[in-house]
Design a protein. Sequence first.
Length: 192
Amino acid sequence: MTELSVTQLQEIRTAVLGAAAKVPGALIGMGILFIVLGMIGVAGQTLFSFVTINVLGAFLVFGGVVQFAHALQSKGWKSVSIQVVLAVLYVAAGIYTWAFPIPALEAITLWLAAIFFVTGALRLISAFQHRHFREWFWLLVSSAISILMGVLIMNGYPETSLWLPGLLIAIELLLQGWSLLFLGLAARSLTK
């Protein structure tokens, strides 16, 4: 088996990391931002849960209003009535999350379990795609922890719905932050 030269190794790393190799500072900056947000979330889990559900409600209402306005301006489109119905459902779901935050938190807890399973699986795929770098191990670790968080959500449901969504989102932000930070450091090593 032949050894790769430094130039060949850098070309391979650049090909694998793509555009991220050109702007490692952006990855490092996003990583640090996510780590800080995650630390804030860990400090106040219940508050972070209620902030999360209120932000979700705001996005649903805003998205519903935008979709409704778009549907009204789209005369002649066959799906206008469907878009209006979907817009009303979005607004109703947003208002529901504000009016009934605890049942909404229970629903979002189930949704979070699915998200953590999916992000963990996708991060696992990414880890194996980047296994040529010594930093790939951290992607693998963050993948395993994301999948474990999905399992933990399902284990304590529904009792933990008040604080667990905030804590898990905070931990996910920490994991994603560390992953981005290490990928940014790997990309920066290409420029040296």
